[in-house]
Write a new protein. Structure first.
Length: 276
């Protein structure tokens, strides 16, 4: 008869420590955060930032490759019952895997030193789901970096981590940079600053037609409800609106960000663009 695998106790100090990471003050103190679900944990292991993993027996069998990857980076692996996973997890329906990861934000100066061609700057973005989705869009569009200003949501909020669907581990992200500093330093690095705003004076289609979008570019995205304040718009080289050709009142932040980032990605890869 095969012995049942030993499961970590719900009273374990490791479980208690992981549970506390749902709170921002504990994340900041420990410089650790939670990554939930197989995709996020797999990416954390591949990145090398995974330090600990909790898995149900069923999940450990189903995702044996992730368990092997976790052990390959010397992360502690704990088998747990579903109640323990649910206790650690911040989702309504946990997927059986929760990782504890090191903070991985990048100093802003390192991002500048890499001479990025496409950057997303999140200024005053407060919704963690939107922040994570914009990060995912930036990753998909081939951006070299994302900057979260000091007025934006916590990068390691569990909702932001989930919404990034692993993209958090793919590209450099700077946090806590004042928007004025971010814009000024990017301009010094030769990056054109475009503020995305529904009331912008410049039309995205016109910018593409003029051939002005093939240069290194940073898009500045504002708050979900009230957009960008006038003082932030004034910092940009142009304030650009996504044209609404139909009857929709507006686009949400993440959708508008995807349109803008992909417009730049295409222009930069066209003849005369900075990636050609």
């Amino acid at each position: 008869m095969v012995a049942a695998p030993e499961l970590i106790s719900a009273k374990s100090s490791r479980v208690s420590a992981a549970r506390r990471l749902a709170r921002r003050n504990f994340r900041g103190k420990e410089r650790l955060f939670l990554a939930e679900g197989p995709q996020a944990v797999r990416e954390a292991a591949a990145h090398g930032s995974l330090v600990e993993m909790f898995a149900t027996v069923e999940a450990a069998e189903r995702y044996a490759d992730i368990v092997a990857a976790a052990r390959g980076v010397e992360a502690r692996v704990h088998l747990a019952d579903e109640d323990v996973i649910a206790d650690i997890s911040t989702t309504v329906t946990p997927q059986g895997l929760v990782g504890v990861c090191r903070f991985l934000d990048t100093p802003f100066e390192e991002i500048l030193a890499a001479r990025p061609k496409l950057v997303a700057v999140l200024a005053h973005v407060r919704d963690p789901g939107n922040a994570g989705t914009v990060l995912r869009c930036a990753d998909a569009a081939g951006a070299e970096a994302v900057v979260l200003t000091d007025a934006s949501v916590d990068l390691y909020n569990p909702k932001a981590v989930r919404a990034s669907v692993g993209s958090l581990f793919h590209l450099p992200v700077a946090v806590g940079v004042p928007v004025e500093q971010a814009v000024a330093r990017l301009k010094e690095a030769g990056v054109r600053i475009l503020a995305a705003d529904g009331a912008g004076a410049d039309d995205l289609d016109d910018e593409l037609d003029k051939g002005t979008m093939g240069t290194p570019t940073a898009w500045v995205f504002g708050n979900e409800a009230w957009g960008l304040p006038e003082e932030t718009r004034a910092l940009a080289d142009a304030v650009v609106r996504v044209p609404i050709h139909g009857k929709a009142e507006s686009l949400n932040l993440a959708t508008a960000a995807a349109v803008c980032l992909y417009a730049s990605a295409r222009a930069q890869r066209a003849p005369g663009g900075c990636r050609r």
